[in-house]
Design a protein around this ligand. Structure first.
Ligand code: GAP
Length: 516
């Protein structure tokens, strides 16, 4: 039941995003392209505001962090050095009857999640039976049926974890067969063997006459930072510790792309690599963990919607890693990763390029390969988390329902909509005057169509924090009514006071001040 409700919520958000110009399926008139999306007129504004918030927090607030914009195409040896050619794989399996392709690990993870759902159901049933005195935690540790489900879940989880760690593809298939996992489309267990599938997109550069070269579309922006480490350090005279930030597209040929813009084949990342002295990395890791959570929480979407998920299984080059997860309608999901990547990447590039990539530390009077703390967040996932958290169907006192996006006001695509009460008596001209006054600082709209109520609803649906109405009194005393999106309260204010009122709520300055 809860699962159905979650799916319905996501469906509503997806259709709202389309209806109001946030996100469209790519190539829609050709029936779309799997896991590729376009951002519409409101989506691009929201996305740009998210990027601006991140970029400002990194580069304006830290004098030792600078940005770059490296190319998407890079020398193919970079991906050999980084390990992506050999190890950026997902285990895939095909169903022979439906001809559908799945990630073997996801099929098993879904099976593990079913045990958790069974446990949740038992607990919900008991909560109903026992009422207020019910202690869910106690019930989970004592009820025999719950314990049985938990034991089965742990058994499967341990077997799965061991198979993944040993890269044992035959065992992954055996688990799928032993647990009777069927294809959701054909309903059969007619599975192929499990194979490794590299997620990088490959293409050719140069004409064949010159001899073409296989190149990859970058699967992360991070490597563009590593290979420019020396360029930036030297030209910017950067001293360790310092960071390099980058926002850009990344591409992954995801086998299973689900949940709207959560897992895409073309997406955008905001990554920052922070270079530190060897031995100091865990101190910096802890600092960046806190700093990044603070950045998320400052948006005011609710502290309870975030949690850390520390990794117990680390990549061979990492010595600490955590995810910041956000509560989406389909559960807590990773939005950002924070990784202590040791000196792996710089050392690998030194090895593969044959160029010395080291830093001379004047305080220590010695050269070393810096260690790296990485913060890596997906713009699209951040966008989805904001959309999910903001969407509300609100029952009003008059029996109507309004759909409202409670977007963090600084990130809203439109900050204010100015509306003449009627389309005559000089009110449109006065309203246009106000737009002309505000438009240099704030994204504004002018709307004179339909009733005021309908115009308010349109702005609520795209999350506009302020609606400003010009009426006959405005012509007499230069005052307007300003309506606040979340409370729907209206107040009469002087036109001259509008910039200050709006600025207080939408200014990036106030938001960024919360971070220092
Ligand atoms: N440089 C490290 C790195 O790329 P990652 O955990 O693979 O780490 C970082 O990706 C972030 O990029 C994720 O937390 C997520 O927000 C985003 N991301 C990764 N794959 C994605 C996909 N297929 N679609 C959308 N966002 C994705």
């Amino acid at each position: 039941m809860a699962q159905v409700k979650q799916e319905e919520t996501l469906k509503k958000i997806v259709s709202h995003a389309k209806e109001y110009g946030f996100v469209f399926p790519s190539s829609e008139i050709y029936d779309g392209l799997g896991a590729v999306y376009d951002y519409g007129q409101n989506g691009v504004e929201l996305k740009n505001n998210i990027k601006r918030y991140w970029w400002s927090a990194m580069t304006l607030l830290h004098e030792n962090i600078v940005g770059i914009d490296s190319a998407i195409f890079m020398h193919p040896t970079i991906w050999k050095a980084s390990g992506h050619v050999d190890a950026f794989n997902d285990p895939l399996i095909d169903n022979r009857d439906s001809k559908k392709r799945y990630r073997a690990d996801v099929l098993i993870e879904d099976e593990i999640a079913k045990f958790d759902e069974k446990i949740d159901k038992e607990v919900a049933k008991a909560a109903k039976r026992f009422g207020d005195s019910f202690d869910a935690e106690l019930y989970k540790t004592t009820n025999p049926r719950v314990l049985e489900h938990a034991a089965k879940r742990d058994e499967l989880h341990n077997r799965f974890k061991a198979a993944m760690e040993a890269n044992d593809l035959a065992e992954l298939k055996q688990i799928i067969l032993d647990y009777g996992i069927v294809c959701p489309i054909s309903g059969t267990k007619n599975w192929t063997d499990v194979r490794q599938f590299n997620l990088m997109f490959k293409t050719e550069m140069g004409s064949t006459a010159d001899g073409s070269m296989n190149v990859y579309l970058r699967p992360e922006t991070a490597q563009g930072i590593f290979v420019n480490f020396l360029n930036v350090q030297k030209t910017g005279r950067m001293r360790i510790p310092f960071g390099i930030a980058q926002i850009g597209k990344a591409f992954r040929n995801e086998i299973v792309a689900r949940q709207f813009i959560f897992r895409m084949r073309e997406f955008e990342q905001m990554e920052m690599q922070f270079f530190v002295r060897p031995g100091e990395e865990l101190k910096w890791f802890a600092q960046w963990k806190e700093a990044r959570l603070k950045w998320h929480k400052a948006l005011g979407m609710g502290d309870e919607k975030y949690r850390f998920h520390d990794h117990d299984k680390l990549a061979h080059y990492a010595n600490a890693a955590t995810d910041i997860e956000f509560r989406m309608p389909f559960g807590f999901k990773e939005v950002e990763g924070i990784h202590s990547r040791t000196n792996f990447d710089l050392s690998q590039h030194e090895k593969y390029s044959g160029k010395k990539i080291q830093y001379f530390d004047p305080e220590l009077n010695q050269s070393y390969t810096p260690y790296v703390i990485e913060t890596s967040i997906g713009v699209d996932r951040m966008f989805l988390s904001i959309l999910c958290s903001s969407y509300e169907e609100q029952a009003l006192e008059n029996g109507e329902t309004r759909v409202v996006l409670h977007l963090p006001k600084q990130l809203a695509p439109v900050k204010a909509c100015v509306m003449p009460l009627v389309r005559k008596d000089g009110l449109p001209d006065k309203a246009r005057e106000i737009v002309n006054m505000l438009k240099f600082d704030y994204a504004c709209q002018y709307d004179e169509k339909d009733s005021i109520g309908k115009r308010y609803r349109r702005q609520d649906a795209v999350g506009t924090p302020f609606c400003i109405t010009v009426d006959h009194q405005t012509l007499e005393d230069n005052t307007v009514t300003i309506r606040h999106r979340d409370s729907m309260e209206q107040e009469r204010v002087a036109i001259a006071d509008l910039p200050a009122i709006i600025d207080k709520e939408v200014s990036f300055k106030e938001l960024l001040k919360k971070l220092v």
